[in-house]
Design a protein. Structure first.
Length: 393
């Protein structure tokens, strides 16, 4: 979205606000689909941004859900349960039963316990459910190879489960394709060969999270943010020729469609340093799950009514929280920054909307705006978090 469009949205809806461009998202997803081809299916991990679920339903084949709360969101939005993949490390029997009762048919198993719980719930319903067995990459996610192989070897013990294949994800923001993703795809191909050879098990499906890199910051190359998927596409198509391949992502799909709008509330010079206080902060802006500090995102300065043509200065952009950690950018060269100006943080379509410490200091949660073909619309107004930080008396 251009500066004029963002200025109009800020004026109409106010700040702080997240703006998600559904048209930009659709264009990106269509291009990704064209790059990987029809043999590769797409799965959107909704933890990246649940507000994109309505737009994503027509753009991907599956939606990955990792908690009962995320499943409730899908239910409230009347998402077809047959396109939901119920994943996550903490699945209770009640969670699984709720999902099955809601019509969900696709599950992952991240532990031997999950397999037993899925079998119990499926048997009680007298039907067979497809299950992907998640192979660990050495973290708390998934199963050790020995546990996964034991499940395959004893799959007859689970008559109400159909082990379709493997689920694998090892990390995000990984830029070295040869070291990471290509090496993983070779490993997964060899692992499937081993399952066929030693256990007579044909891996019908592979759900793979490539964790492709997205450039968030000003010093990075933004000329072609789809370059990683272009480079990896031949490798993906190769493994898709031997099984049904789904690639699962959130950050890489959604980041580019989002903008965060925040207003300059105050400006001052302390000990020779320029500080701008914003009506947002680190509780909203959280690109990588932590402090940004010296990193500089792509930011558009939208002058307000008090804007003056002053000399360029190095500004520290600080949020509204009473902590020295609430510094979004320590040094950003801006001319004539003044109270009432709007700063638009770009490439914030994934994670920030849900990942920041939203309850800290009981500050209000920002508005959510979706911009589509018919214009911008408010889908969530400001939420006063103070009510969540006190008990019932």
């Amino acid at each position: 979205m251009n500066k004029q469009q963002l200025a109009a949205i800020a004026q109409q809806f106010g700040t702080p606000s997240f703006v998600f461009d559904e048209c930009a998202l659709a264009a990106r997803m269509r291009e990704i689909k064209q790059i990987v081809g029809d043999s590769v299916r797409l799965c959107y991990s909704i933890k990246a941004n649940p507000f994109l679920i309505p737009a994503m339903q027509s753009l991907v084949e599956l939606l990955e859900v990792c908690s009962p709360g995320e499943l409730e969101i899908c239910e409230d939005l009347h998402v077809d349960p047959k396109v939901v993949l119920f994943s996550g490390v903490n699945k209770t029997l009640a969670d699984i039963e709720h999902a099955m009762n809601a019509g969900v048919v696709h599950f992952t198993a991240e532990s031997p316990l999950h397999i037993r719980l899925l079998q119990q719930a499926a048997a009680a319903r007298g039907r067979v459910y497809p299950v992907l067995l998640r192979l660990t990459a050495g973290t708390q996610f998934g199963m050790d190879e020995s546990d996964l192989l034991h499940a395959i070897q004893h799959r007859a013990d689970y008559p109400n489960l159909h082990f379709e294949g493997i689920h694998y994800f090892s990390g995000t923001q990984r830029a070295k394709l040869d070291k990471d993703q290509r090496k993983e795809l070779v490993m997964l191909g060899e692992f499937m060969d081993r399952l066929e050879r030693d256990y007579g098990f044909t891996c019908e499906k592979l759900e793979y999270g490539p964790g492709l890199f997205f450039p968030y910051f000003a010093h990075e190359d933004h000329t072609d943010t789809l370059a990683p998927i272009r480079d990896l596409a031949p490798d993906l198509k190769k493994i898709a020729a031997r099984c049904h391949l789904t690639i699962e992502m959130g950050r890489f799909f959604a980041s580019e469609c989002g903008t965060y709008l925040t207003e300059v509330i105050d400006t001052k010079v302390n000990c020779g340093s320029h500080f701008a206080i914003l009506d947002g902060g680190m509780h909203h802006v959280n690109y990588l799950g932590g402090m940004m500090g010296m990193r500089v995102p792509i930011i558009t300065h939208i002058p307000g009514p008090a804007h003056a043509d002053e000399a360029e200065a190095e500004w520290a952009l600080c949020g509204s929280l009473c902590t020295t950690a609430d510094v979004l950018v320590r040094k950003l060269a801006l001319s004539g920054l003044a109270q009432g100006d709007i700063l638009a943080f770009h490439n914030i379509g994934a994670y920030s909307v849900t990942e920041g410490p939203a309850l800290f200091l009981s500050r209000n949660m920002p508005r959510i705006i979706l911009a589509g073909e018919t214009g911008a619309r408010l889908v969530r107004d400001t939420i006063h978090s103070s009510s969540l930080n006190q008990g019932n008396t």
